[in-house]
Design a protein around this ligand. Structure first.
Ligand code: AKG
Length: 313
């Protein structure tokens, strides 16, 4: 395995100018195609690239079936990672970015309007499918433990402080983001453990060009192939290049015509999961929140019914 310490290759002003943008081949000098461990200038790991490390697990039909089925879940909440600017529509209080095929599965901490920890909606409704991913996620965890034992130990210490129902058994992961065939704009991940590490696995079908995972600050990229795993510092700016399928189309979602598909599976530990109560405590919190919402909605309806209609003078 190649091991190298990188130098910063662009100024912070240039890096900032790339945030939210889709990168291209002009944004890297080195493209990793073989096993490598790259360190940042401070000696901390940036990437451990393990080509083919998940070949067997990636070819398990049930794993592919589950990951592939998630392509229908889309979100406009990925911000700069969507490769677009957030826009707030008139009359709305929420800003939205480009709608991309990206799903969060597993556990999620209390955030925004949902003031309780939970399994994400898809996960709660598809527990058997969620469980088919266990061997895949456990294989990722195994490589993480072997290649970056210090970071793994830090993450497992947080697992010890977390109710087990929120953690994928025998892994340091609570949560997984599954992306299907779209280029992420330059972004840093947020919400995952600062002192931990992230992992990105790739499953591919059909023929396409692009999709290289780029770290623009260091001008390096990885050409992720089917069954590859990269352990990555996702707090460093990263993004992946445009994906053009065999039909010649730039994709935002898999191509139903030629079948080109690039699934990236990002597994991590959500920093605030240590604050969650047990599953039943959080379910009780969710029930109370739903009751409060219903009571407020009903009160608003009663108020509206009591308001005399305006009479024209
Ligand atoms: O698909 C990729 O290569 C990058 C995915 C990613 O950066 C993310 O989901 O945050």
């Amino acid at each position: 395995m190649i091991e190298a310490r990188l130098r910063t290759r662009i100024s912070s002003t240039e890096l900032e100018s790339k945030v939210g943008k889709i990168l291209g081949p002009q944004d890297y000098n080195a493209l990793l195609t073989g096993p490598a461990k790259l360190l940042k200038p401070n000696g901390q790991p940036l990437v451990v690239y393990l080509p083919g490390a998940l070949q067997a697990e990636a070819d398990t039909p049930a794993v592919y079936a589950t990951l592939h089925s998630l392509r229908s879940l889309r979100t406009d909440n990925r911000g700069t990672a969507s490769g677009s600017r957030r826009i707030t529509r008139p009359g709305s209080t929420r800003s939205r970015a480009l709608n991309v095929p990206s799903a969060i599965i597993g556990a999620f901490d209390a955030a925004g309007a949902q003031k309780y920890c939970r399994l994400t909606a898809w996960t709660g409704q598809n527990l058997p499918q969620w469980e088919t991913l266990r061997p895949f996620l456990q294989a990722i965890a195994h490589h993480f433990k072997t290649r970056l034992p210090d970071r793994y130990a830090v993450q497992m210490a947080e697992v010890e402080r977390t109710f087990s129902e929120w953690v994928v058994p025998d892994t340091p992961f609570t949560t997984v983001t599954v992306n299907n065939t779209y280029p992420t704009g330059v972004h840093q991940d947020a919400g995952d453990l600062e002192s931990g590490f992230s992992t990105l696995a790739c499953i591919r079908r059909g023929t396409f060009t692009g999709g290289q995972l780029v770290f623009p600050k260091y001008r390096v990229a990885i050409d992720m192939q089917h069954g590859d795993l990269a352990l990555i510092d996702a707090h460093e700016y990263h993004g992946n290049t445009a994906i053009v399928c065999a039909c010649g189309e730039r994709r935002n979602g898999m191509c139903d015509t030629c079948g080109a598909e690039r699934i990236s599976v990002v597994s991590y530990f959500r920093q605030n999961m240590t604050r969650c109560g047990s599953y039943s405590e959080e379910a009780a919190r969710a029930a109370t929140a739903a009751e409060t919402r219903n009571r407020k909605r009903l009160a608003a309806q009663i108020d509206a019914a009591d308001t005399p209609a305006e009479v024209a003078p």
